[in-house]
Ligand binder design. Sequence first.
Ligand code: ATP
Length: 359
Amino acid sequence: MSANDAFHIAVLGGDGIGPEVMAPALEVLRKVETKAGLKFRFTDAPAGANHYRETGKSMPESTVRLCEEADAILLGACGLPSVRYPDNTEIMPQVELRFHFDLYAGVRPARLIPGVPSPIVGADQRGIDMVVIRESTEGLFASMGKGVVTDSEARETLVITRKTSERLFEFSFRLAERRKARGRPGALTCVDKANVFKAFAFFREMFDDAAKRHPDVKTDRLYVDACSALLVKRPWDFDVMVMENMFGDILSDMTAGLIGGMGMAPSADIGDRYAVFQPCHGTAPDIMGQGKANPTAMILSTAMMLDWLADKHGLEGAAEAGERIERAVDKVYADGIKPIEFGGRNGTADIAKAVLEAL
Ligand code: ATP
């Protein structure tokens, strides 16, 4: 791939506020492409609860094919509480994509942007800048759709494999090293429950082995309960954390809460070959169609996409474009924009306009 080729991006807007936050994110990419010497070709594809309602499928085969052919996948948000499978679970093509493309590393940065209020006293002075890496293809989610429920009991099985864990830890150490190169501590914490469950002792053992191969990275190990307490007491002490799927599902929503809310938290689901970029938030049916959604998380997810494309294809221009998007977002918050999400007056259009102007 050279800078002259267009990057083909599969665009899955999804349901609820998904398409509402996707539109400004695409405008942002259009805005940076020329300056960065990049080109994008966007192809829209259906997925989600509305598509299921119309067709009985969470996404058509053509969407999966498109994602296979594209250079990267952007996803808004999918699923609506009112639309469910016969077993009462929600429509979640985003989770299906993780399994289909083996996207084992769910990367969820939580950076407190100056000007954004945090519920943690002192966070505005000390700063929060951490990343939760959530294993995204196994753990308790390996049981998805396979749980057994009888009249008297319910069972779900957690799975941790060596193959996935070893790749997950390599990815995590590499991310810590890259952050160190960019001036962060570059420390990595393994979060588990190794004091109670054999599966987590196995997880930690593999983490310890990986740590031996990366002596330059400072490591720590914490039980998930203790980690949760520390995260709200001293979030500034954390850099990169790696954990099982369900723990990551929960803790990454908490870390999003520490940095202002779901509308501020971007994410990427990354595998060896494919990657999906989407905000941490869901479809927010309570605010959909009202212009209230904060598009920041989706916009920051496009910056993560650019960083990933830069790393994969050795294109410095793409990494710089990602940094420009982050700086533009920072400027907008420093200048005082206040999303409705945390008590302000600024809706989707205001925030999108401000970021585009800052660029
Ligand atoms: P999921 O299970 O798919 O993550 P959810 O219903 O648990 O979805 P969200 O859809 O993320 O959670 O919504 C949780 C709350 O956060 C809602 O009150 C919603 O309005 C709010 N919220 C989520 N995303 C945004 C956003 N981008 N802007 C403003 N508010 C948001």
